[in-house]
Write a protein that binds this ligand. Structure first.
Ligand code: TYD
Ligand code: ZN
Length: 405
């Protein structure tokens, strides 16, 4: 039995996606020897209901100097984070000399707007190359992990933070207690700690099982976040559903008694229990549905090959690694994938070793089919690749089930 990272309770396995590498660690052809794998399996804590990975990759493997995920890679993400920043500027930061800290600022996609408004801010990110991209946008960055010692130093230098923010970062942190001790050390008495992360109902209810990968240690719900907040001296005061990454939730924590929890919190808790999001039977159904996607996708790719037609992958987010490794899809079924991120091109998808090429290769190859791995950007990509459809190309989607468009 595994024990819960948050409360030490017993964690029951709900799905096993097999041996998987670190999903954003795109390798060069001569680096494949040294690849590290883990058993990518998810479980739920019997006591606090936190859904989490059973095993985790060493931190040094997940984050290194050249982290190849750039949050500014899509127009919808840029727009979302500009709105997040505007909302802070008009809300929590509309006061005398405010200060905001972002944990995992990546390439500065959110803080850029804050910096342009001339508001005091600090991005904290351990990855040197993304931090350099942020700095080039005029964003102040500290290249380090966010922990209590870092938080104490930041407060000594800049004073307390009115807002501490994280997006697609907080679920990556194994030791949430240490993280919340850092938040406690840095947050002002009335400040908020807001984070936007993949939502368990998206992963299970909407079948986005490809959100499961080594960096996503936790799959939060309002219920599990509330339990965690209370355990470590905070209160869950607001939640909000977001469209990003197929469906995320923004959780807002404050010091206990400082803010009246919104109705949205009670509503989300009620909906989660109606959905059975803490019930083993729900996960059993999910695991069976996920296995069905694997069978159908492998069969479809095999049929396409048998018919002498061509198929490539579109987008190489971390999801591509989860899906190809779980399904056992290699270059024999999918000769290459294309991705607009220059840092991924010329490398191989971790584990399945499918080459990543630039989107021009897609236009040149004129494939008959394309598996849309970056399905959370369907609109943007289909608009961009209209020509593919116009000349008879067909998109393959596999969430929530395998289908050809
Ligand atoms: P993202 O949605 O940020 O996913 P994840 O967090 O799962 O890694 O990644 C989208 C990927 O798709 C990213 O590698 C860039 C790529 N992409 C394209 O290649 N073309 C596009 O038009 C868009 C929008 C994204
Ligand atoms: Zn627990």
């Amino acid at each position: 039995m595994y024990s819960c990272r948050v409360c030490n309770g017993p964690v029951r396995e709900v799905i096993d996606l097999g041996r998987q590498p670190s999903a954003n660690r795109f390798v060069l052809p001569d680096e494949v020897e040294g690849e590290l794998f883990l058993r990518l399996a998810v479980g739920m804590c019997d006591d606090c209901t936190m859904v989490q990975l059973l095993e985790d990759m060493p931190q040094e493997v997940r984050y290194h100097d050249t982290y190849r995920y750039h949050a500014s890679g899509s127009a919808s993400h840029r727009k979302h984070f500009e709105q997040v920043a505007r909302r802070f500027l008009e809300g929590e930061l509309a006061k005398d000399d405010p200060f905001i800290v972002e944990i995992g600022c990546n390439d500065g996609v959110m803080l850029e707007t804050i910096a342009q408004a001339g508001v005091r801010h600090l991005g904290v990110d351990p990855a040197k190359d993304v931090a350099a991209l942020a700095a080039a946008k005029g964003v102040r960055v500290r290249t380090t992990f966010f922990d209590e010692p870092a938080a104490v130093e930041i407060r000594a230098e800049h004073g307390p933070a009115d807002v501490i923010f994280g997006a697609n970062t907080i679920c990556h942190v194994s030791d949430q207690e240490a993280l919340l001790r850092g938040v406690d050390a840095l947050l002002s008495d009335d400040g908020i700690y807001a984070f936007e992360e993949p939502y368990l109902d998206t992963v299970v209810g909407r079948m986005a099982f490809d959100q499961v990968y080594d960096e996503h240690i936790y799959y939060f719900t309002a219920r599990s976040v509330r339990a965690m907040a209370e355990r470590f001296g905070f209160e869950l005061v607001d939640v909000e559903e977001l469209a990003l990454h197929g469906g995320e939730v923004r959780y807002v924590l404050a010091r206990p008694g400082r803010r009246q929890p919104t109705r949205a919190v009670a509503e989300m808790l009620a909906r989660e229990s109606a959905l059975g999001l803490a019930e083993p039977a729900r996960f059993e159904r999910w695991a069976a549905d996920v296995a069905r996607v694997r069978t159908d996708l492998v069969e479809l790719l095999g049929d396409i090959r048998a018919q002498g037609k061509t198929v490539v992958g579109y987008g190489s987010p971390a999801k591509t690694s989860t899906v190809t490794n779980y399904c056992g899809i290699g270059t024999e079924l999918l000769p290459f994938v294309v991705d607009s991120t220059p840092a991924k091109q010329g490398r191989l998808v971790p584990g399945s070793h499918i080459p990543v090429r630039s989107p021009e290769a897609f236009t040149e190859a004129q494939p008959d089919y394309a598996v849309l791995f970056a399905w959370n950007h369907t609109e943007e990509i289909m608009a961009k690749e209209k020509e593919f459809r116009d000349r008879g190309g067909r998109w393959i989607l596999y969430v929530p089930e395998v289908r050809v468009l």
